[in-house]
Design a protein around this ligand. Structure first.
Ligand SMILES: Cc1ncc(COP(=O)(O)O)c(C=O)c1O
Length: 395
């Protein structure tokens, strides 16, 4: 398979180990191993540590342990452990699904912009990929009437992602039901990348149920990376019809074979204590949102945003007439701040902001960003034509 370069990953690796303020990350400040162990009641920790230390590091159950698959299955309607495959992150889940479900020439509609894999893998398979664009002038909302015009009678797969990376857009429960119905009318399946499941904005709108709950055409992808702050476990999953899950498992024999044994065990512990973990995640997001709200208000002459409606990402709009790639490199090299360029998503004049970083680091990163923009303004960088107008009402 020939596949295009994952542009954003390449850009991130240039800077991510060197910068002090990574405030573009798509995840939440990771939990430590100790924090995971401390999720269990104090009187059970000793036994858990003994179990971990005594674990023989052989191959684990190839589709994921029955314990983990059963816990995951219980988070969906009418789903058993055979309808779950534990994968090496959501990234492997998506990769397997595309390769199992699609052939060269198939028509696929994919939300745009998107986590690049969602478009690049279907393209590499040779599919005809139609983007379903989220537009800043529309508040990054999913336009369902437009979707109706993009779907064709022969469309094989519709790929959505809610809450969304990079815009923070969401499909409401009613919208997701309509998406599902539109796909069903055409005999297509819906793959929903639910990497940001459980991440409602504190005090915000409720999230739609997983697409798996809507019927047999719905396939949900999940991960421990985002809501749990455990990307180092490299553990995700597929929830879908048993035949699709079995086919993905068969393909996975050639890719990663099975989950890591310790990862599977730690993921099971985290899932059993999901409420505690998600409370931690939401507390970080709430603190950073409050900081961001104040920062955007203070610097309203230079920046604005569409606050995330779900998940933890949003596009930051800046008013200076400087290309986003140039600004992102300047921020990283001279201010030690990482903010991904909007150009990576086809949004010139924007940077991608993540609200999952440790709160102190997040606040310091925003302060440095404001300093960079003020320095540029002071040294004569003009405002982008129409920027003042664009900023009004954009938050
Ligand atoms: C929408 C989306 N899907 C999938 C992934 C991959 O996540 P994982 O770490 O579970 O492989 C990411 C990571 O950023 C993502 O944002």
């Amino acid at each position: 398979m020939k596949i295009e370069t994952f542009a954003l990953e390449r850009w991130m690796t240039t800077y991510e180990l060197d910068v002090s303020y990574d405030i573009t990350e798509s995840g939440i400040a990771p939990m430590s191993l100790r924090e995971v162990i401390d999720l269990v009641p104090a009187d059970e920790r000793e036994a858990l540590l003994e179990r971990l230390l005594g674990t023989r590091l052989g191959y684990s159950e190839a589709p994921g342990s029955l314990d983990l698959r059963s816990e995951l299955a219980a988070t969906y309607r009418d789903t058993g452990p055979d309808e779950i495959l534990v994968t090496t992150g959501a990234i492997e889940a998506n990769f397997l699904l595309f390769n199992v479900l699609l052939d060269a020439g198939d028509h696929v509609v994919v939300v745009d912009p998107a986590y690049q894999q969602l478009q690049s893998v279907p393209r590499a398979i040779g599919c005809d990929v139609t983007p379903w664009r989220l537009r800043p002038e529309n508040g990054f909302r999913f336009d369902l009437d437009e979707l109706e015009t993009l779907l064709r009678p022969e469309t094989k797969l519709l790929v959505v992602n809610t809450p969304q990376n990079p815009t923070g857009a969401i499909l409401s429960a009613a919208e997701l039901r309509r998406v599902y119905a539109l796909a069903e009318e055409r005999g297509a399946r819906v793959l929903c990348d639910e990497a940001y499941r459980w991440l409602e904005i504190p005090g915000g709108e409720p999230l739609a149920p997983p697409v798996r709950d809507l019927g047999e055409r719905g396939i949900s992808v999940g991960t421990f990376s985002k809501p749990f702050g455990l990307p180092g476990l490299r553990t995700g999953w597929i929830a879908g019809p048993a035949d699709v899950v079995a086919a993905c498992w068969a393909m996975r024999d050639y890719v990663s074979l099975s989950p890591g044994k310790l990862n599977d065990l730690l993921a099971t512990i985290a899932l059993r204590h999901r409420d505690q973990v998600v409370a931690r995640t939401r507390a970080i997001i709430a603190a950073n949102l409050a900081t961001a709200d104040a920062w955007f208000a203070e610097h309203a002459d230079l920046v604005s945003w569409q606050r995330p409606r779900g998940g933890l990402l949003a596009m930051l709009r800046y008013a200076l007439d400087v290309p986003s790639g140039e600004l992102a490199n300047r921020l990283a090299e001279q201010y030690s701040v990482m903010l991904a360029p909007g150009s990576a998503f086809g949004y010139e004049g924007f940077l991608r902001l993540g609200v999952g970083a440790p709160p102190e680091l997040f606040a310091a990163g925003l302060a440095e960003t404001a300093r960079c923009l003020a320095d540029l303004r002071a040294t004569g960088t003009p405002l982008r034509a129409g920027a003042e107008r664009a900023l009004v009402g954009a938050s």
